[in-house]
Design a protein around this ligand. Structure first.
Ligand code: SF4
Length: 306
């Protein structure tokens, strides 16, 4: 987000006039004058590139804390140079993360959930808006509270989908959404609702003891959905590294998208769209190997070598 108030302060005693901050600034807010960096522009992305690159630690951007103040582990605040992270380990982590659908009956400490959110916000965001919102459901009671609302939504949807005239109306005057739902999801959803209501089997959150909902307000500009999903991926990977299993719950996202009363019910602003719901808990799953992925098609534009 471009702001008019530049929060950058330069200690001229420390500045040696190398010009690195000037060349890295995406908005050309800094200039060199008489061998020192000075602020000549009026806009800032609050990205902190200038402070991060200064060899003299001469720049401070007010309001940007270099640490995330995670509570459950010690952070490293040195920048890792390009090529330094271990790509083998990184890829292994990415591929070892799997959707978890069996959780131990053990709560996830609140400070771990908070740390996961802090790790989430280290993701990139369009124009550095960082307009995401996070909601933590810290225990089974809150999960079930949300789950009941989602079940209510899908029971209503199933009732509508059962009606042939409504499906025909959707076919001729809409985009056949109700018909598609009926063909692809109706039976499975009915089965899962019955399993939950008759036997308490939780096929929605898979018995997870906690969840994080990630959203954003589209009115804030930028790219809220992309930003939320980038933060989501950070959280999924970090959770694996912290010994936690996760699963994205698309049915809850869909229900909250179509029925804003669910957001109201759990205290989320109706202006926020929810883009991801992550079930989180200690996994009761252990795998031996990685699995493969479907073949990927890559389009090469005018490439001479493939
Ligand atoms: Fe001065 Fe630091 Fe900017 Fe170099 S990067 S010009 S030392 S403020």
């Amino acid at each position: 987000m471009i702001v008019d108030k530049v929060a950058t302060r330069i200690d001229l005693e420390k500045c040696i006039g190398c010009g690195l901050c000037v060349s890295i600034c995406p908005l050309d807010t800094l200039s060199l004058k008489d061998g020192k960096a000075v602020i000549t522009g009026t806009e800032s992305l609050l990205c902190g590139h200038c402070a991060a690159i200064c060899p003299q630690s001469a720049i401070v951007v007010d309001g940007l804390d270099p640490t995330l103040r995670c509570e459950t582990f010690d952070e490293q605040t040195e920048w890792m140079p390009f090529g330094q992270p271990d790509i083998q380990k990184l890829l292994q982590l990415m591929r070892s993360r799997r959707s978890c659908r069996k959780y131990a009956d053990k709560p996830v400490p609140y400070n771990i959930l908070k740390d996961l959110v802090k790790i989430g916000i280290s993701a990139p965001s369009g124009s550095n808006v960082q307009g995401w919102s996070f909601s933590i459901l810290p225990n089974r009671e809150t999960i079930l509270e949300l789950g009941m609302q989602v079940v209510k939504f899908f029971k209503n949807l199933n009732r509508m989908a059962e009606l042939y005239p409504l499906r025909m109306y959707s076919y001729f005057f809409g985009k056949d959404e109700l018909g598609q739902y009926y063909r692809n999801y109706y039976s499975r959803v009915k089965e899962h609702i019955d399993a939950f209501q008759k036997n308490g089997i939780d096929r929605l959150f898979h018995g997870a003891p906690a969840a994080i909902l990630i959203g954003g307000n589209p009115k804030n500009g930028g790219t809220p959905q992309e930003d939320a999903l980038l933060a989501t991926q950070n959280i999924l990977l970090a959770a694996h590294a912290m010994g936690l299993g996760t699963c994205l719950i698309g049915f809850v996202v869909e229900a909250m998208r179509r029925d804003s009363s669910i957001k109201k019910h759990i205290g989320i602003s109706v202006d926020d769209d929810i883009y991801a719901v992550i079930a989180i808990g200690y996994p009761q799953e252990k795998y031996k190997t990685l699995t493969g992925r479907k073949p990927v098609n890559i389009h090469y534009f005018n490439a001479k070598e493939k």
